[in-house]
Design a protein around this ligand. Structure first.
Ligand code: GAL
Length: 668
């Protein structure tokens, strides 16, 4: 990221699709980009058919002109490999390159993403165009970053994919006996006697083997990763000094980003908060914290966001004035060194005609474009933030494999979901201005004062040992319900649950009990009641102290929340879903255990106010509907307005303060 921001400052720009416009428009684009302070554009994402109009033919002349133009204007190019959207000729001549769904239906061209990542023909053609692109532009001075494909996520159930799945399984299990054992194929007469019998989980009469489905998900993510790597390696061979990325999509279930992140030079993400969802600000903050966690704390790039409405929700609310700026600054505050948009100029045709852009159909003389220009300018005032860390003493553990395994059909309740649990536990921290890194369970946890694992349904022995060791060594650990249930094969760990976490939690249980609709009444051990819902467990304390118990029904008097002094640390287990206020109270107790305070000298911030520190700057962002006045910990200068702040700040809705505090910088 530093290679990109050095000399440029924070990155600002967006996807640029000049192939949709006559060339005289390009000149206007460049002029307006310069006026807006654009310094990075992503070019070529969907240009395969333009570069290779017929198989084997190449037309780079137009792209040469685009890159020259950008270079002449001092705008860096994030050059995309165009392999996310093959031209119709590929599917027409080689239908086996088209993806097949689980019912065996082939998906056609006429849209985008219509490729099978396991098709040797697709891969050969894709790598060939990537090689030519890399050769042609390796030395071009506009080239700053490579953008591989776009939003990887394709899944295909065709015969090529079945072959590749078998190869992957051979690599994992070696022989069929081991696979049969791992998949538990004595169940329902599923034993495989020949590798050729193994297929992707295609549409079947009833529930499919969960171990097979879990491996299929692992395989699908790995198959895309293999293709990403192949493209990346070609690019690296030609331009060893240019960073390579591919754009993630937040908590996107099909692809295990924790396995992918280390394969890129920088993490980039596309983020489209729903303007109609009141939880969007916290959800988005959580996503940004995931991106930072995936990059092990390094700055990341917001590759795509929108200035206003998208076109792909059923009813597309626009963003009110000030909203996209607020969201951009939120990403910056949470570690992004680049704030880019989809897309520069709104398309006049095609499926995204009604998607907002930096330059709307109505042209530059518009409220929206004026706001874009103003935002581009103000980012220069925040250049000191580039490269700075977002210090966090809390880690939230999130694991794709566990997510996949938890949300298989045929479980006690489909109302317990991994990403929702994560958000549930994140909210009270966000509302208190406590910074969080979202990390995989294998991360180095020792540096955190608090580790929260809202759900770890699937956990390996090693990860269970690591969280146990973390608490023993003095950490504060919080574990949510239905954790420690299955091993990496998706087999239930027998014995009292959560078997591998029983020691650290000082408690164990014998039944998972999804609750009737309606509240589950609970009481705090120290007095006071609260409500929970959806889920209960029948537990016994084994050294842990019950902090709350169920107050009614068969579980009356049994523990609902436990706290265990363990080694030098403390482990909490929460066996139900407390309603938000109760989770807030629990969070405060846990923060006290861990000795953590929020960014502001107050506990719960005014509704919608976000407080997060990045480097020397304390960002305050008002996502709420009302004006918020808050005390600040130190006198400061607001970098956005140039004004001095002594003891408090008042922010109207959608306003932001970026307070550089007048005190020596404490390294993270
Ligand atoms: C992203 C995609 C862009 C554009 C955008 C619209 O998913 O990468 O190409 O389609 O969404 O919101």
């Amino acid at each position: 990221m530093r290679a990109l921001t050095d000399g440029r400052g924070l990155l600002f720009g967006g996807d640029y699709n000049p192939e949709q416009w006559p060339e005289h428009v390009w000149a206007e684009d460049v002029e307006l980009m310069r006026a807006a302070g654009v310094n990075l554009v992503t070019v070529g994402v969907f240009s395969w058919a333009r570069i290779e109009p017929e198989p084997g033919v190449r037309d780079f002349a137009w792209l040469d002109r685009v890159l020259d133009l950008m270079h002449g204007a001092g705008i860096a190019v994030d050059l995309a490999t165009p392999t996310a959207s093959p031209p119709p000729w590929l599917g027409h001549r080689w239908p086996s390159t088209l993806p097949v769904d689980e019912r065996g239906h082939r998906l056609w061209y006429g849209s985008r993403n219509q490729f099978c990542p396991n098709s040797p023909i697709y891969r050969k053609r894709a790598l060939s165009i990537v090689t030519d692109l890399a050769e042609r532009y390796a030395a071009h001075p506009a080239l700053a970053l490579w953008h591989v494909g776009n939003e990887y996520g394709q899944v295909c159930h065709c015969d090529d994919s079945a072959d590749a799945f078998r190869t992957w399984l051979r690599g994992r299990y070696g022989d069929l006996d081991t696979l049969n054992e791992a998949w538990g194929t004595t169940f329902w007469s599923q034993r495989y006697s020949d590798w050729a019998e193994i297929i992707p989980p295609r549409h079947a009469p009833y529930l499919i083997n969960p171990s097979q489905r879990l491996d299929w998900r692992r395989f699908c993510s790995d198959a895309l990763l293999a293709h990403f790597r192949a493209e990346r390696d070609i690019l690296r061979e030609h331009t060893p000094d240019h960073p390579v990325t591919t754009n993630f999509m937040g908590f996107f279930k099909p692809v295990d980003y924790a396995r992918w992140a280390g394969e890129q030079d920088l993490v980039s993400n596309d983020c489209y908060p729903d303007p109609g969802d009141p939880l969007s600000p916290a959800r988005t903050a959580l996503t940004h914290d995931l991106m930072r966690g995936l990059g092990q704390g390094r700055p990341w790039l917001l590759m795509e966001q929108t200035t206003s409405a998208v076109n792909w929700r059923p009813h597309n609310l626009p963003k009110p004035p000030g909203q996209f700026r607020l969201e951009s600054l939120q990403a910056l505050a949470r570690g992004a060194d680049g704030l880019c948009y989809f897309q520069w100029r709104a398309s006049a045709f095609g499926a995204e005609r009604f998607h907002a852009a930096m330059l709307p159909h109505a042209g530059p003389d518009t409220r929206l474009h004026a706001a874009v220009r103003a935002h581009g300018r103000e980012l220069r005032r925040l250049a000191c933030v580039a490269g700075e860390p977002v210090p966090a003493r809390v880690a939230m553990v999130f694991d794709w494999e566990s997510w996949w395994a938890l949300e298989e059909p045929g479980r006690p309740s489909d109302r317990l979901n991994a990403d929702e649990q994560l958000l549930r536990y994140y909210l009270p921290l966000w509302e208190r201005g406590v910074s969080v890194d979202v990390v995989p369970p294998s991360a180095e946890l020792g540096a955190y004062a608090l580790v929260v694992a809202p759900n770890l349904f699937l956990i390996s022995d090693e990860d269970a040992a690591a969280v146990t060791a973390y608490a023993r060594a003095g950490g504060v650990l919080v574990v949510g319900p239905f954790s420690g249930v299955v091993d990496p094969r998706a087999h239930v760990r027998t014995g009292r649950f959560p078997a591998p976490l029983r020691e650290v939690l000082g408690a164990s249980g014998e039944e998972w009990l999804p609750a009737q609709d309606g509240p589950v009444r609970c009481r705090w051990a120290g007095g006071g009641a609260f409500e929970a819902h959806t889920w209960t467990e029948s537990l016994a304390a084994e050294g842990a102290e019950p902090v709350a118990e169920f107050a009614e029904g068969d579980l009356a008097g049994r523990p609902a929340v436990l706290r265990h002094r363990f080694g030098n640390g403390v482990a909490w287990y929460v066996a139900t879903l407390p309603e938000p206020e109760a989770l807030g109270e629990l969070t405060e107790r846990v923060l006290r255990d861990a000795g953590i305070a929020g960014a502001l000298p107050m506990s719960v911030l005014p509704p919608g106010l976000e407080a997060v520190r990045r480097g020397e700057v304390l960002f305050l962002l008002n996502h709420g509907d009302g004006t918020a006045t808050v005390p600040v910990p130190h006198p400061a200068e607001d970098l956005l307005t140039g004004t001095s702040v002594t003891d408090h700040v008042t922010l109207a809705p959608r306003e932001v303060a970026a307070l550089r505090e007048n005190r020596p910088h404490e390294p993270a």
